[in-house]
Write a protein that binds this ligand. Structure first.
Ligand code: GLY
Length: 333
């Protein structure tokens, strides 16, 4: 059980820094202290990435109200974004790879280190639910490509055409405008992965992460989203984190595991997110021009969210309100 908070009101407070390591970050060779920022609410809490997270949070909270647990809520919550053809970075309607094929990555994890994942899945619009089945009915954790699709069909998932007309038009325009100078970096206007964390009133924390990945990616590219510890990590004794943005950076830093381990060492979720983002900046030579963001939630209801660049938003359903917030960003203005 999560410890009951005495404060009903969602609050923001700044604590003085105690232990030297708390909230410390490296800038060059100096370690700078910074205030420990803690925002806390009482469960149930749902936090997710981007503006489409608002509708997904609603779906998760509905599942909780219907008596389901954090794991069910996380799955059903992100299903909302997967099913929305107007969300072009997740599930149905997701932008395709360079060959015009929509391939989906997703994972799910609960408070008991149970997890499942799928990578490069085609023709199935709810990859997170396939990931859930990998977790529930096999002793594997990850299935990819054709094998993942065969498994999904065997589990009764319907086959769907995921490339919608607007997504196909985007792909045709993108192909038309390609030049020999182009790379596979995500266009700025394409929102990204939904990562969600849910803390239920039993104090159980679960998370889900699902995406169509980098628009125009090389066919076969798998990002961070299905990788436990990169796109999503949940530790039922500490807290969880989910990532969105340039997946390769979260893979090589084990980003969400790093955030949770920061929390284990005493950082607030907010400072844990910011510290992990600074790691990415550091290994890129001190300056980055891509977007990346984390949301984090501790089992005590503490909330964190931060991004590299301006523009990141996260949806938070806490204390009865489902709201969209601008995340704190490290770079830019
Ligand atoms: N963060 C999603 C991806 O890079 O595929």
């Amino acid at each position: 059980m999560v410890s009951k908070l005495t404060r009903r009101k969602f609050l923001t407070k700044t604590l003085g820094i105690g232990a030297a390591a708390l909230g410390a970050f490296r800038s060059g060779t100096r370690i700078l202290a910074q205030p420990e920022t803690v925002r806390q609410a009482e469960p149930p809490i749902v936090i997710s990435t981007w503006d489409h997270g608002v509708a997904s949070n609603e779906g998760a909270m509905k599942a909780l109200r219907n008596g389901m647990n954090a794991l069910d809520a996380a799955e059903q919550g992100v299903n909302v974004s997967e099913n929305d053809p107007d969300v072009h970075s997740v599930g149905l309607g997701g932008y395709p790879d360079e060959d015009g094929i929509v391939t989906l990555d997703a994972c799910i994890m609960d408070w008991q280190w149970r997890c499942g994942s799928v990578g490069a899945l085609q023709d199935i619009k709810n990859p997170v639910s396939v990931a859930r089945q990998v977790m529930e009915v096999t002793d594997h954790i990850m299935l990819v490509g054709e094998g993942a699709k065969t498994f999904a069909l065997r589990m009764g998932f319907p086959e769907d055409k995921l490339l919608t007309e607007p997504a196909r038009e985007w792909w045709l325009n993108w192909k038309r405008e390609l030049s020999s100078q182009d790379d596979w970096l995500v266009p700025e206007d394409v929102h990204d992965t939904i990562g969600m964390l849910v803390l239920d009133t039993d104090g159980h924390l679960a998370g889900a992460c699902t995406t169509s990945g980098l628009a125009g990616k090389i066919h076969g590219r798998v990002g961070d989203s299905p990788l436990i510890g990169s796109g999503l990590y949940v530790d039922g004794e500490i807290g969880g984190a989910a990532a969105t943005g340039r997946g390769e950076e979260f893979i090589r830093t084990n980003g969400t595991h790093l955030v949770v381990e920061n929390m284990r060492r005493g950082m607030s979720p907010q400072n844990a997110c910011e510290d992990a983002l600074r790691r990415i900046v550091k290994i890129n030579g001190g300056m980055v021009d891509f977007q990346g963001a984390f949301v984090a939630l501790s089992i005590n209801g503490e909330i964190g969210a931060a991004s590299l660049q301006p523009g990141f938003q996260y949806a938070l359903f806490a204390e009865g309100r489902n709201e969209l917030f601008d995340g704190k960003h490290l770079m830019g203005d």
